[in-house]
Design a protein around this ligand. Structure first.
Ligand code: ZN
Length: 137
């Protein structure tokens, strides 16, 4: 597997607008994109820090993954995403090593990236996401 950098950190928030205000007014970052990902029942806001982004996630449905996460654990870090080359190959390599995959094949995530999640039971407790920007490579 070929990880080049941390693509983003995903953070679950209750209110996207209030959270954006914190990241902009207190941390001095600039939100460059707000996008709804219907598939994952979230609205997302992105901030760029070098090559790495912060992705804020607000649930659009209490039954969605972020809605359930917030109900159980409250706001906080939700997942960590690695930028990889050849995500299909990375997934099959992980599967061969017995790693539990949430997505066996990539799907479309925010910003048009191909993404797939690994199960935290196989990664020492961290929900991990692989991302590939096919437009870039
Ligand atoms: Zn993500």
């Amino acid at each position: 597997m070929n990880i080049s950098h941390i693509e983003h950190i995903g953070i679950a928030v209750k209110n996207l607008e209030e959270s954006i205000a914190f990241y902009e007014d207190v941390l001095g970052l600039t939100c460059y994109s707000i996008e709804e990902v219907a598939d994952q029942k979230v609205r997302t806001a992105f901030f760029m820090l070098g090559k790495t982004k912060v992705e804020l996630l607000e649930s659009t449905d209490p039954e969605g993954p972020i809605g359930k996460f917030i109900e159980k654990k409250g706001e906080g870090v939700h997942h960590m995403a690695f930028a990889v080359k050849d995500i299909e190959n990375a997934l099959s390599g992980l599967e061969n090593k017995g790693i539990r995959l949430i997505d066996k094949t990539p799907r479309k995530g925010a910003e048009g990236l191909d993404i797939a999640f690994l199960h935290p039971k196989s990664t020492h407790g961290v929900l991990m996401e692989l991302c590939e920007d096919k437009n870039e490579s």
